[in-house]
Design a protein around this ligand. Structure first.
Ligand SMILES: NC(=O)C1=CN([C@@H]2O[C@H](COP(=O)(O)OP(=O)(O)OC[C@H]3O[C@@H](n4cnc5c(N)ncnc54)[C@H](O)[C@@H]3O)[C@@H](O)[C@H]2O)[C@@H](O)CC1
Ligand SMILES: Nc1ncnc2c1ncn2[C@@H]1O[C@H](COP(=O)(O)OP(=O)(O)OP(=O)(O)O)[C@@H](O)[C@H]1O
Length: 615
């Protein structure tokens, strides 16, 4: 047995000295002297070492001695050239003492390390050992350790290029032990001598050089692999879109004869001046039609609000609205400075709720905002900060001069999200209200969600008629708002109509009614997003939506009108944010099913965004 299982353990100085003491003893030297087969001697050395408390195999002792001898002779030779020998052999003095009488003999010994018996080593293993020693420490020592430390080597060969990078993949040198081929004894010994004659420093240099090349090549291949994967995904996605378009055309074809021609939504995003009649649910006989393919056919309602256009995330919305969302997304260029792509403020975060403002703020960042500020209560701030160092957290919401503190930041904010985790304490709602008023004066887009909507239900005038305001109620919040505005119970059979009525009552404010399908309306236009999500409804998804909507709103409002074909920027932004939220939900659900949480969805923002808007 040549190479033992414990290879890879470094020798501490104390251990090496103990070994040298034993190995240098007269009886050991005599036993080794001229003895061709010396395994029994190293067995004895190992036993004696063991008595001193060091657990080493005979082979380890023999290899260590051989390595020390090599260092000693190389150092001796080096010292003749530049006197730097102590750098190369830490135990030079000990070796000198032991070998001074035998240097000639040992010099021959070192040149014939592979001479039969127990001294014979497989060449690869030996060079590996040398490389490993060189890698561990230029002098082959573990100078700082008094206890053995296990160094781990990969279980499989590390590819090390031989030759230039351009020739990759090239020959691989295994750093693990390989069984010598049957003919290894007859192999020329040139390579071993080459290593033996190389200085350790050179060997180490070469080894490091090759490792770096291997690493570079690995990253290059990895990059190529990722690019190929991206391309494949894009192709898949465009195939899916094509399929959807074809299906949409088929459904349109089926429907056209039985419906009035003017009822078909216009494929263009240009508003219709004389629009069709009000909305009803899709009139397809087959209830199994994918909701994503439905378009709302305006037919039967004689009076009431008029919808200028209506798309759902089927062919019409994908073809018409998603490109508009894309047009608003700012290009990534090196010409911009930090903050230009979005500085978003979140008003929310109190003792009870720290997750909601965090989800909203981090989602804004992940969607592409440069800076995300959270204005929360004093006790919520350290908690929110501890979730992420990427957020800027202001503990001001419950301070006596909260409004002034927050107002200082308004000139630097591009949009405001009010409500996630705000709570319903009077003082906090009052501060939120005041900051909404001041933001309106500056024309900042304001998204109101969660407890912010509680405030709106109590005091609608706080946002009523503000054309840069967007409300994002879930069904509960919507019901509260509706009933506050209309003073009658909500008719829950027709969500679209109710949403439209509420939007109008709020002065054509954009409303995103979240649910099985997200209904987006400004009272004149209606979009519906029924992008496939999942059945999982964990808390916090709405915060992802409102945070990302903060970013989309900034982008949409700062885009030229022709980029969004004259459409209301709030609608475009809301469509972008709802599509993204649902896509994140879908992707996260694929991975985590029932365990899906909002954090899992946030992880998906990057790829969902790419898939929807950048492919
Ligand atoms: N990790 C966190 O810190 C989270 C905090 N959140 C915050 O919690 C606060 C209160 O929000 P809530 O949504 O609980 O308050 P609501 O008063 O709107 O909801 C109250 C109740 O209505 C139920 N409900 C919600 N949607 C419904 C629907 N579509 N149909 C029927 N029932 C429905 C809920 O289960 C809840 O019990 C907000 O500030 C919100 O931002 C939530 O965002 C969730 C995550
Ligand atoms: N039944 C559903 N099917 C598919 N997606 C849904 C469904 N309900 C909600 N969603 C999606 O989840 C998003 C968040 O809606 P949700 O109703 O969970 O908001 P919320 O209650 O305000 O959230 P939060 O827990 O953050 O307060 C919506 O935009 C929508 O895209």
């Amino acid at each position: 047995m040549l190479v033992n299982a414990t290879r890879g353990f470094l020798w501490s100085d104390m251990e090496t000295r103990a070994l040298l003491n034993i190995w240098g003893e007269h009886d050991v030297q005599t036993a080794l002297d001229g003895n061709f087969r010396n395994s029994h001697v190293y067995r004895d050395v190992a036993n004696r070492l063991c008595e001193l408390g060091f657990d080493r195999t005979p082979d380890q002792c023999r290899i260590r001695v051989k390595s020390l001898k090599r260092q000693y002779f190389q150092a001796k030779e080096g010292s003749r050239k530049n006197g730097q020998y102590h750098k190369m052999c830490k135990f030079y003095d000990e070796m000198e003492r032991i070998l001074s009488n035998r240097s000639l003999l040992e010099r021959q010994d070192i040149d014939s390390v592979a001479v039969g018996g127990d001294e014979t080593m497989d060449e690869d293993a030996e060079s590996t050992e040398l490389l490993q020693e060189a890698h561990m420490d230029g002098s082959g020592e573990c100078s700082f350790m008094e206890h053995p430390v296990k160094t781990e080597y990969p279980p499989c060969p590390i590819p090390v290029t031989v030759g230039g990078m351009s020739s990759f993949p090239t020959k691989q040198i295994s750093l693990t032990k390989t069984n010598p081929p049957a003919s290894s004894s007859s192999r020329p010994r040139r390579s071993k001598k080459r290593f033996a004659n190389m200085s350790l420093e050179k060997l180490m240099e070469k080894f490091l050089e090759q490792s770096m090349e291997a690493e570079d090549n690995f990253y290059r291949l990895e990059q190529q692999r990722l690019q190929a994967e991206d391309k494949r995904r894009e192709e898949e996605h465009s195939r899916e879109l094509q399929m959807l378009q074809m299906l949409g055309q088929i459904f349109n074809g089926i429907r056209t004869p039985s419906t009035a021609p003017q009822a078909t939504p216009q494929p263009s995003c240009i508003p219709q001046t004389n629009p069709a009649v009000p909305l009803t649910r899709p009139t397809f006989g087959n209830r199994n039609h994918p909701p994503a393919l439905t378009e709302f056919v305006s037919r039967s309602q004689p009076a009431g609000p008029v919808i200028e256009r209506s798309f759902s995330l089927g062919t019409a919305a994908v073809d018409n609205v998603i490109p508009l969302v894309r047009n608003t997304i700012p290009p990534l260029t090196s010409k911009k400075h930090k903050g230009q792509d979005g500085r978003i403020g979140i008003i929310g975060g109190c003792q009870e709720y720290t997750g909601a403002p965090f989800f909203a703020a981090i989602s804004a960042l992940k969607v592409g905002a440069d800076l995300s500020h959270v204005f929360c209560t004093k006790d919520a701030a350290p908690v929110i900060k501890s979730y992420s160092p990427e957020l800027i957290v202001h503990p001001v919401l419950d301070s006596p001069n909260a409004v002034e503190e927050m107002e200082k930041w308004l000139p630097r904010l591009h949009s405001l999200v009010v409500g996630p985790g705000l709570g319903r304490e009077e003082m906090l709602l009052k501060n939120a209200k005041e900051i909404i008023e001041r933001s309106k004066l500056r024309g900042i887009p304001i998204i109101i969600d969660a407890d912010g909507l509680w405030l709106v239900a109590k005091e609608p005038s706080v946002i009523q008629g503000y054309q840069r305001g967007i409300l994002t109620p879930n069904f509960m919040e919507f019901t509260r708002l509706y009933e506050a505005m209309h003073h009658e119970p909500l008719d829950s059979t027709d969500h679209k109509r109710s949403a439209q009525q509420l939007s109008i009552a709020m002065g054509h404010l954009t409303l995103v009614l979240k649910g099985e399908e997200d209904i987006i309306t400004d009272g004149k236009n209606m979009l519906s997003c029924s992008q496939e999500g999942s059945g999982r409804r964990c808390g916090g998804q709405g915060d992802l939506l409102s945070g990302s909507l903060g970013v989309f709103a900034h982008w949409a409002f700062s885009s030229p009108p022709d980029a969004i074909k004259g459409m209301n920027p709030s609608l475009v932004a809301a469509f972008g944010a709802t599509s993204l939220t649902r896509q994140c939900n879908r992707q996260a659900f694929h991975k985590h099913s029932r365990s899906t949480s909002t954090s899992d969805m946030i992880q998906e923002i990057s790829s969902a965004f790419k898939k929807l808007f950048e492919s």
